[in-house]
Ligand binder design. Structure first.
Ligand code: AMP
Ligand code: MG
Length: 367
């Protein structure tokens, strides 16, 4: 449910609908809404909708005007390309001139699901959608509302995350409403998303294929299908440290950053809690409002103004799902200094640390 008190003042222009897609499938009412949302997209409008990763801000991917509107609504730089969402594998042939064997294999293994592939684009895809690039990012999401909406819209939905540029991707419709109320034609509330972090992006235009953004589909999972898979050097290191710019244009921008100054503290658990408590005492003495992102196991040990549990250390899926909501909550609570525990960079942990490092501007204290 959207908490309407959180929605900004201009929301009158935005229509809010709820579609739950339970086990029995869509109700007649849901189908009517989806048909209407599809129409909005076909006539060039914008619809925010749930996917299994985060909420997306959709427009017709083959309509350059819709892509321009998306950039405008998000306040996103227009050299940052959009991901095109499809609902059927056959749809790929209209936007990609030649489908490589690797794409077929990955689609069989992971679509529909949280994997985006970078492929050469055909003339059908406007440069407005690809940020001027000759390649296009394509994903088939698994969320039933997303799939139904894409089919209703004509088959190609450009959809970046439905947040204002620079803010964390929304994991709840209420966050979409906060950022996009009054900026889009419709917001579809489908409840909390399943994964909570954006899709894995793999570039299939290079050899070996290269991960540009880590996500739920890990390097190990991709390697089982493709053999060797490289990882972009900027995923866990700052651009300055690597001496190169990230290959996914969007990864170079300041992302997910909370208003408060975030520091990641890495080391043995007791040393980490001691360090954070000491810093928190000093910061509070100088008038800061201090927040901590801690694991459930360590939570009771912290002294700070706001201590938030990101979940049990071993439960990466829960951590991923909670992370962006925590960053937004700290903003709401006007926290000025934030300290976070550090996480493993193995498997799905790599995606969690990649987002946390970006939120912290790569500010890590090793103790
Ligand atoms: P978002 O839409 O917010 O999930 O972000 C999409 C991400 O995909 C951004 O980091 C983009 O830079 C990246 N991306 C989209 N299209 C391409 C492409 N053709 N080549 C490389 N990265 C891309
Ligand atoms: Mg985004």
């Amino acid at each position: 449910m959207i908490d309407r008190s959180r929605v900004n003042r201009v929301m009158k222009e935005t229509e809010f609908i709820e579609i739950s897609a339970g086990v029995g499938g869509f109700t007649q009412q849901d189908k009517m809404w989806l048909c209407r949302a599809g129409e909005v997209l076909r006539r060039g409008g914008l619809v925010a909708f749930p996917t299994e990763t985060v909420y997306g801000l959709g427009g017709d991917a083959l309509n350059p005007d819709s892509s321009r509107l998306i950039y405008e609504a998000k306040g996103r730089p227009s050299d940052n390309p959009l991901i095109v969402h499809i609902a059927d594998f056959e749809a790929l042939s209209a936007i990609v001139p030649e489908i490589p064997a690797e794409a077929v294999k990955l689609a069989e293994a992971f679509w529909p699901g949280p994997l985006t592939m970078i492929l050469p684009k055909s003339d059908a895809v406007p440069y407005e959608t690809t940020g001027g690039l000759e390649t296009v990012a394509v994903r088939m999401p698994s969320h039933p509302v997303a799939l139904a909406l894409i089919r209703e819209s004509g088959g190609y939905v450009a959809a970046p995350s439905a947040n204002l540029s620079g803010k964390p991707s929304p994991t709840l419709a209420a966050y979409v409403a906060e950022d996009m109320g009054g900026r889009v034609d419709m917001i579809i509330d489908g409840g909390e998303v399943g994964i909570g972090l954006e899709s894995t992006i793999v570039d299939l235009t290079v050899t070996p294929p290269r991960i540009l953004r880590p996500g739920y589909i890990t390097r190990e999972m991709l390697q089982q299908v493709l053999g060797e898979v490289a990882v972009d050097a900027t995923i866990l290191r700052s651009q300055q440290d690597c001496g190169e710019a990230p290959k996914a244009p969007g990864m170079k921008y300041r992302h997910y950053a909370p208003a408060g100054d975030l520091t990641i503290v890495s080391g043995a658990p007791e040393a980490v809690t001691d360090y954070i408590n000491r810093r928190a005492d000093e910061d509070r003495a100088s008038g800061e409002k201090v927040g901590v992102i801690g694991t459930e196991e360590m939570l009771a040990r912290y002294r700070a103004d706001v201590v938030k549990s990101v979940g049990h250390r071993g439960d990466e899926e829960a951590i991923a799902k909670r992370l962006y909501a925590i960053l937004r909550e700290f903003d709401d609570e006007e926290v000025t200094k934030i300290y976070s525990e550090s996480f493993s960079t193995e498997g799905f942990g790599q995606a969690i640390m990649n987002r946390l490092l970006k939120a912290a501007g790569h500010h890590v204290v090793e103790i």
